[in-house]
Design a protein around this ligand. Structure first.
Ligand code: NAD
Length: 486
C-alpha cells in the first residue's frame, strides 16, 4: 500500500474540493493487480450532481464574458502542467487502466496538445458576413456558448477523451460538469486539477465521480444542461440521448464493430501488421479497434498462417513492469464479457489460438486474456455482430471486393473501417462505399488526428456533431444571425 492507495480524491464543485453528500467512497482498482487500490473516489449521487450543475450555471455569465485571450491562457497553462507531470500521470493511467506506459504517456501528451490546439483554434472561430441587396445593412452570424455542458467519458482513453471535449467547451465560453468513468477516474482528476490550477474561476469546471445509476440523471436531465458530450457504449448513449430535454444538445460517440478488409492483391505482411496493431493494441479495448477481418478467400490460408505466427509472439503483462504488446483487460466486468464471447466463439466458429485467461505467477490478480483468433466466422454469428471490446479477432472469408464491402457494411455500427490493397481503384471506391466515419486505406482502424474530425456513422454516433478538429468547436456554440442597419 502506498500513499495513493490510501488517498481519498474529492469532487470539485463551485471552486471547492469537496466530499460527496453521502460521504461514501469507492476504490479504484488496478486491473493488473486487483488488490492494488489506485485511490478512493467519491460516490456522488443526485444531490452532488445537482450542486455541480447549479455551480456551473452560476459561473456561466462571468466565464462567457471573460476575454477569450484569458480563457486561452488558462488552457495553455494547463497544457504545460500536464506536460510537466506527464511521467507521473502516465504511470497512474497505466496503473488504473492497464494500457502500456508508452501508450499512456502518448495519451497524456496528446491531451496537452489538444488543450493547446483548442486554445488557438477557438480564437479564430467566428461567424460569417452575408452579402445582401440593402447597402445600409450588414448581415452577419455570431457564435455564442451554450451554457452548462455535461461531459461523460469512458475508461479506455481516460484523459484524452475528456480533454477533447472539455477544451472546446471552455474556450468557447461554456461551463462544464465532468463525470469520468468510475473505472479510471484518476486520469480525469489530473486533467481537472491541471485546469483548475491553471486558473479556472470557481464553478467553470466541476468534477464529480460516482456510479452512473446515482449521479447520471442529475447531470444529464437538468434543464440548465444545454449540451451533453458523451463517449461510451451504444446502450448508455442511447439512454442518455433519449432522456435529454428538447433544449439539450447531445453528441454521442459510441461503440463499433470495425472491419479490416484484406483484398487478394494486398501486401500480406503489412495486412497482418494492420490486423495485429488494430486488433490488439490496448488489448482490443479501443473503440476503433479492429474486430472483423474480411479476407479474400484466395489469400485466406496464407494470411491466417502469417497472422498466427505473429500472434504466437505477442507478449502480455503488467505495463508498469515492462514493455508488453498487451496488458490486462480494464475491469473484472470486461474480463467476464470477453471470456463469455470466447466461449461463444468456440461454439459458433472454429477456434484457432488464444483466449485463455492467464492466472499463473504474476497474473493471479490481473484480468489477463491471451489474444484470440477465430476462423470460419460468418456475418450471422454473434461474435461477428456484437461489440466484444477485447483481444478477439474473427476471420471471415469473402470473395472479392463487392462481397467484402457488403459484409463490412452488414452491421449496426459505423465507427472505423480499413482496407489493405495495392489497387488504387479499390482504395477510392472503398472511401465512397464504406459506411464508417473513419476510413483507413493501408492503415489501422485505430488512431485519429487531433486536428481532423472524428465520429461514427449509424449506431456508432448520434451523427449530430463531429468531435475533434476545428469542427469540434461547433457542438459547443449556437449561431445568431444579426441584421444591422443604420
Ligand atoms: P459505458 O457506456 O459503460 O460508460 C461510459 C461513461 O458513461 C461512464 O462514465 C459511465 O459512468 C457513464 N454512464 C453510463 N450510463 C450512464 C447514464 N445512464 N447516465 C450518465 N452517465 C452514464 O462505456 P465504457 O465501458 O466506459 O466504455 C466502453 C465503451 O465506450 C465501448 O462501447 C466503446 O466502443 C465506447 N467508446 C467509444 C468511443 C468513440 O469515440 N466512439 C471511444 C471510446 C470508447
Amino acid at each position: 500500500m502506498d500513499e495513493l492507495s490510501q488517498q481519498a480524491f474529492l469532487n470539485h464543485i463551485g471552486g471547492e474540493w469537496v466530499a460527496c453528500a453521502s460521504g461514501a467512497t469507492a476504490p479504484n482498482l488496478n486491473p493488473a493487480d486487483s488488490a492494488d487500490v489506485v485511490g478512493r473516489f467519491q460516490q456522488s449521487d443526485a444531490t452532488d450532481g445537482a450542486r455541480a450543475v447549479a455551480a456551473a450555471a452560476a459561473a456561466f455569465p462571468a466565464w462567457r464574458d471573460t476575454p477569450i485571450s484569458k480563457r486561452a491562457a488558462i488552457l495553455f497553462r494547463a497544457a504545460q502542467l500536464l506536460e510537466d507531470r506527464a511521467d507521473s500521470v502516465a504511470r497512474e493511467l497505466t496503473r488504473e487502466e492497464g494500457k502500456g506506459l508508452a501508450l499512456a504517456r502518448d495519451e497524456v501528451l496528446r491531451s496537452a496538445q489538444t488543450l493547446r490546439f483548442y486554445a488557438v483554434e477557438g480564437q479564430s472561430f467566428t461567424g460569417e458576413t452575408f452579402v445582401n441587396d440593402d447597402p445600409d445593412m450588414v448581415v452577419y452570424s455570431q457564435r455564442e456558448p451554450l451554457g452548462v455542458v455535461t461531459v461523460i467519458s469512458p475508461w479506455n482513453f481516460p484523459i484524452s477523451i475528456p480533454a477533447r471535449k472539455i477544451a472546446p467547451a471552455l474556450i468557447t465560453g461554456n461551463t462544464v460538469v465532468f463525470k469520468p468513468s468510475s473505472d479510471a477516474p484518476l486520469s480525469g482528476y489530473r486533467l481537472a486539477q491541471a485546469l483548475i490550477e491553471a486558473g479556472l474561476p470557481p464553478g467553470v469546471l466541476n468534477f464529480v465521480t460516482g456510479p452512473a445509476s446515482k449521479v447520471g440523471q442529475a447531470i444529464t436531465t437538468a434543464p440548465a444542461v444545454r449540451a451533453i458530450s458523451f463517449t461510451g457504449s451504444t446502450s448508455a448513449g442511447e439512454q442518455i440521448h433519449r432522456g435529454a430535454g428538447l433544449t439539450t444538445r447531445t453528441q454521442m460517440e459510441l461503440g463499433g464493430k470495425n472491419p479490416l478488409i484484406v483484398l487478394a492483391d494486398a501486401d500480406l505482411d503489412r495486412a497482418v501488421d494492420l490486423a495485429v496493431k488494430g486488433g490488439f493494441s490496448l488489448s482490443g479495448q479501443a473503440c476503433t479497434g479492429t474486430s472483423r477481418l474480411l479476407v479474400d478467400r484466395k489469400v485466406l490460408p496464407a494470411f491466417t498462417e502469417k497472422l498466427l505466427a505473429r500472434m504466437a509472439k505477442l507478449t502480455i503483462g503488467n505495463g508498469l513492469e515492462g514493455n508488453f504488446d498487451l496488458g490486462p483487460l480494464a475491469t473484472r466486468k470486461q474480463l467476464d464479457t470477453v471470456l463469455s464471447y470466447i466461449a461463444l466463439g468456440k461454439q459458433e466458429a472454429t477456434h484457432l489460438i488464444g483466449g485463455e485467461r492467464l492466472d499463473g505467477p504474476g497474473f493471479e490478480r490481473g484480468y489477463y486474456v491471451t489474444p484470440a483468433l477465430f476462423t470460419d466466422v460468418t456475418q450471422q454469428m454473434r461474435i461477428a455482430r456484437e461489440e466484444i471490446f477485447g483481444p478477439v479477432l474473427a476471420l471471415i472469408a469473402v470473395d472479392g471486393y463487392d462481397e467484402a464491402i457488403a459484409c463490412a457494411n452488414d452491421t449496426e455500427y459505423g465507427l472505423a473501417a480499413a482496407i489493405a490493397t495495392r489497387d488504387a481503384r479499390y482504395a477510392h471506391r472503398f472511401a465512397r462505399d464504406i459506411q464508417a466515419g473513419t476510413v483507413k486505406i493501408n492503415r489501422t482502424t485505430t488512431g485519429n488526428l487531433i486536428n481532423a474530425p472524428f465520429g461514427g456513422l449509424k449506431s456508432s454516433s448520434t451523427s449530430t456533431f463531429r468531435e475533434s478538429g476545428r469542427v469540434g468547436l461547433e457542438f459547443y456554440t449556437q449561431i445568431k444571425t444579426v441584421y444591422r442597419a443604420g
